[in-house]
Design a binder for this molecule. Structure first.
Ligand SMILES: *[C@@H]1O[C@H](CO)[C@@H](O)[C@H](O)[C@H]1NC(C)=O
Ligand SMILES: *[C@@H]1O[C@H](CO)[C@@H](O)[C@H](O)[C@H]1NC(C)=O
Ligand SMILES: *[C@@H]1O[C@H](CO)[C@@H](O)[C@H](O)[C@H]1NC(C)=O
Length: 392
């Protein structure tokens, strides 16, 4: 009797001790988890791969993506690349945009991980230098140490000086530079379906967010009409699929671009990436009208702060005519006037044409169609409205 009682008490005691132990283990486990979480959200040190943030700016030609890209490029924590998919398109001109976007996607994955080697087959010579990367001087990081040893500070960074002083560095230096930053930001106009990007969003080695920039199709058309982009090699690649030797037309290019911008937006929402904070839409017009407020919002999305240097830079490029900045940024000056410029440049018939081809984009992104030529010329008549959240 006594021994049974003793045995029961012992078992009970052991049970309690075990329970305590279990509690301790659980407590430590949760403590460990929350500490880990904490270090991810507060640390700015660029050492660990997991903490690195990757941002892909997805847009289309003449939509203001150079300006948007520069906002990130001017930030001290950002390693920025401008159109790294360009050499793929120039090398494989006979292929369609639909096909090439997969190759571009895989290149982006490597570049986000600071691996430059997939670019090698697309670059010209055996001894490869940073100058072989198209538009390398658009990247402040590639214009400063360790990529460029001629010291160029943020204040004095300008594309032209960099172009002549920094092109000689090897591609290893580019990787070294990339690895030293906490944020990698890449801009591309060469993605046409959101689903192509899903593997990158699910990749455990990446911490990717998408920033999608759109612009009023009528303004895009007006800008294309003037620019050197008109009927370019790029356009041929964009509309290769379904052309079958038919003649290239600007209407078709615009239609294709508009459709893919809407498709990206809708797919991003239906994939759940929008609601999970991995996708954000920004209109060029909103950025142009309120550059500081929107820049702040976009930087926050990418886990960055608006520094006072960057704030000054944004103020400067949106308020002054600065000679040293190249043509890419010129549209950002006198924003209110510039975003309406197309209304004096296109004839009404062409506008109605674009509105027809880009009906879906106009509706999805809140651009109002015109009823008459009189409306087109009346600049007090606002043509931009809030984006309506429609059920999918
Ligand atoms: C570029 O590098 C090559 C070989 O490393 C060297 O001979 C040349 O002088 C360098 N040019 C400049 C402008 O630094
Ligand atoms: C802004 O412009 C002023 C006047 O041109 C110049 O002195 C200043 O360095 C510029 N600041 C930045 C951050 O670009
Ligand atoms: C221009 O548009 C504004 C805003 O809709 C309107 O109030 C005004 O009467 C229009 N002006 C002319 C000349 O039609």
């Amino acid at each position: 009797m006594f021994s049974l009682n003793f045995l029961l008490t012992m078992t009970f005691r052991r049970g309690i001790i075990l329970l305590f132990l279990l509690n301790f283990i659980m407590l430590f486990f949760f403590l460990f988890l929350s500490l880990n979480d904490h270090s991810i959200s507060i640390s700015h040190s660029p050492t660990s791969k997991r903490e690195k943030i990757h941002l892909l700016i997805v847009s289309s030609w003449r939509s203001g993506s150079s300006f948007l890209g520069q906002i990130f490029n001017q930030h001290n924590d950002v390693f920025y690349l401008y159109e790294p998919g360009h050499p793929i398109w120039m090398r494989l001109k006979q292929e369609s945009a639909e096909l090439l976007q997969y190759t571009v996607r895989d290149l982006l994955r490597s570049l986000f991980n600071c691996n430059v080697s997939p670019l090698h087959p697309y670059l010209p010579s055996r001894v490869q230098r940073i100058s072989h990367i198209d538009f390398f001087s658009e990247s402040r990081a590639l214009c400063s140490p360790p990529a460029c040893s001629s010291l160029i500070h943020l204040e004095s960074y300008d594309q032209t000086t960099c172009y002549y002083r920094c092109g000689n560095a090897s591609l290893d230096k580019m990787e070294e530079s990339c690895r030293s930053y906490s944020h990698v930001v890449i801009k591309t106009v060469r993605v046409f379906d959101f689903s192509v990007l899903l593997p990158l969003l699910q990749d455990p080695t990446l911490n990717l967010k998408i920033l999608h920039l759109v612009r009023d199709p009528r303004a895009v058309a007006a800008s294309r009409k003037k620019g050197k982009y008109y009927l370019s090699i790029d356009d041929n690649i964009v509309i290769k699929d379904g052309m079958d030797g038919k003649k290239l037309s600007q209407d078709q290019v615009m239609m294709k671009i508009c459709k893919s911008q809407v498709a990206i937006y809708k797919e991003a929402k239906s994939s759940g990436m929008f609601s999970r904070g991995r996708y954000m839409l920004i209109r060029h017009e909103d950025l142009a009208m309120e550059p500081l407020a929107n820049a702040k919002r976009l930087l926050k999305y990418a886990g960055l702060h608006l520094t006072s240097d960057l704030e000054k830079w944004i103020y400067n490029v949106t308020h002054h005519d600065i000679k040293q900045l190249n043509d890419f940024l010129s549209f950002s000056r006198e924003a209110a006037k510039v975003i309406q410029k197309w209304r004096g440049e296109l004839d009404f018939k062409m506008v109605k044409n674009i509105e027809k081809y880009c009906k879906g984009a106009m509706k999805a992104f809140g651009y109002l169609p015109l009823n008459s030529e009189k409306e087109m010329k009346n600049l007090t008549l606002n043509l931009i409205t809030n984006i309506k959240e429609e059920p999918l």
